[in-house]
Design a binder for this molecule. Structure first.
Ligand code: SAM
Ligand code: SF4
Length: 344
C-alpha cells in the first residue's frame, strides 16, 4: 500500500503527524541557542541561566537533518527562536540553507530586535513568514527595568526600520502587573498607523525562578482594550494560539495570547525542539525524547521518525495535563525553567 495516498479523516496524508485529539502538527519551533544578550525578568534571572555546554547544543547540520525529517512528517512551517537566535554565529547561513527546502513553506523568527538591522535584507530574500519582535515597553527606563539592558533606542530604531518594509511583523508584549500594564493602550495604538499585529502575552511560569503570585490575565487585557476601543471586534478565524481583534480604522491587528490560562490548546499545532535537542509536544511538558542524542547515536531516519510519531501519540490533551505529568517528574519553580531553555 502506498501510505502517502492513505488519508486521515481530516484529509491529511497518513504520513503526517496527527495526535489523538486530531490536531495536525505542522508547525515546528526550533530553538537554536539558549544564549541571550538580554536578561528579561520574566524569562531569566539577572545572572542568567545555567547554560548547556556547547557540545550539548545542536549543530546546524543536526538541525537541518532533523528539519528534513519533520518536513517528511508534514511540517510546513518553522519558527526559529531561542534564547536570542542572532547570538548564534552562522544563523544567516543556516536560514539561507533551509530556505532551499522545498516542503518548507515559511521561515518565521522570534527576536528581541537588537541585531535586526543587519538581517532585514536576508528576511526579504527568504520565504519569511512572520518576524515576531519582543518589546515590552515604549519607555527607556521601563525597558531597562525589564530587559536589564539599556538598549531601548537601538531596538526601537530597528523596529522602525523593519516596519517600513513589507515584511509581516508582529510585536509581542508580555504584560507584567504593575510594571508595563499601563502601556497596553500605547502599544495598541502602534497598530493604528502600522500594518503590524500587536500581541499581548500573559506571563507564563518560565522565568528561571519563582513565579509571581499575581499575573495580568488575558481577560484583564481584553477588558482594558475594550474600555478604550469599545468598537473592537474579534476575528472569526482563530489562529492557533492568539485571539485576534480588529479595531475599525486601524491598519494592524491586536492579538491576545493566553499562555498561562491556556485557552488555545484545542487547536495547538506546535511542536518544539529545545537547543539541546529535546523534543517537546507541549510548552508545558518535560520533553519526550532527545533527537540530537538519537542522531549522535547513529539512529536511522526511520527510527527517529518512529520515535517522533510515538511521542506525538502520547501528546497530552492540553497544557494542564502536560504540566501535571511534568510535576510528577520535576517542579517548574524549583527547577527554575526559563523560556530561553525551551524556546518561547
Ligand atoms: N529572544 C527572542 C525574543 O525575546 O523574542 C526569542 C526567544 S524568547 C524566549 C521568545 C518569546 O517568549 C518572546 O516573545 C518572549 O517575550 C516570550 N517569553 C519569554 N519568557 C516568557 C514568559 N515567562 N511568559 C510569557 N512569554 C515569555
Ligand atoms: Fe532573551 Fe528573549 Fe528571554 Fe528576553 S525573552 S531574556 S530577549 S531570550
Amino acid at each position: 500500500m502506498n501510505y502517502l495516498h492513505t488519508t486521515h479523516p481530516n484529509n491529511s496524508p497518513a504520513s503526517h503527524l496527527i495526535d489523538l485529539q486530531g490536531r495536525h502538527l505542522n508547525y515546528l519551533r526550533l530553538a537554536v541557542t539558549d544564549r541571550c544578550n538580554f536578561r528579561c525578568t520574566y524569562c531569566m534571572p539577572k545572572e542568567g541561566i545555567d547554560l548547556k555546554a556547547r557540545d550539548n547544543i545542536m549543530r546546524f547540520q543536526e538541525m537541518e537533518h532533523l528539519l528534513g525529517l519533520f518536513l517528511d512528517l508534514g511540517v510546513t512551517k518553522v519558527r526559529i527562536t531561542g534564547g536570542e537566535p542572532f547570538v548564534r554565529k552562522g544563523l544567516p547561513g543556516f536560514l539561507t540553507r533551509i530556505n532551499q527546502y522545498k516542503k518548507l513553506e515559511t521561515i518565521n523568527l522570534t527576536t528581541n530586535a537588537y541585531f535586526l538591522e543587519d538581517t532585514i535584507p536576508l528576511f526579504q530574500m527568504i520565504k519569511s513568514g512572520s518576524i515576531n519582535i519582543s518589546l515590552d515597553s515604549l519607555k527607556r527606563d521601563v525597558f531597562f527595568k525589564i530587559t536589564r539592558r539599556d538598549d531601548f533606542e537601538r531596538v526601537w530604531n530597528n523596529i522602525e526600520k523593519i516596519l517600513l518594509t513589507d515584511l509581516n511583523v508582529k510585536l509581542n508584549m508580555v504584560v507584567l502587573k504593575g510594571v508595563n500594564d499601563n502601556e497596553i493602550i500605547d502599544f495598541a495604538m502602534l497598530a493604528k498607523k502600522n500594518k503590524v499585529e500587536v500581541r499581548f502575552i500573559e506571563q507564563m511560569p518560565f522565568n528561571g525562578g519563582l513565579f509571581p503570585n499575581e499575573i495580568h490575565t488575558a481577560e484583564e487585557i481584553i477588558c482594558t482594550l475594550q474600555n478604550s476601543f469599545p468598537e473592537m471586534i474579534e476575528h472569526q478565524k482563530m489562529s492557533s494560539t492568539a485571539r485576534i481583534f480588529d479595531i475599525p480604522g486601524f491598519k494592524g491587528k491586536i492579538g491576545i495570547i493566553a499562555g498561562h490560562s491556556r485557552t488555545f490548546c484545542s487547536t495547538c499545532s506546535r511542536l518544539r525542539i529545545t537547543p539541546d535537542g529535546t523534543f517537546k509536544t507541549c510548552l508545558y511538558d518535560y520533553g519526550a525524547i532527545n533527537l540530537k542524542d538519537m542522531l549522535r547515536l547513529g539512529k536511522s531516519d526511520q527510527e527517529i521518525k518512529a520515535a517522533i510519531r510515538d511521542a506525538v501519540t502520547k501528546r497530552a490533551k492540553d497544557g494542564f495535563e502536560s504540566e501535571q505529568r511534568t510535576q510528577q517528574i520535576i517542579h517548574f519553580s524549583k527547577n527554575h525553567l526559563s523560556m530561553a531553555q525551551i524556546g518561547g
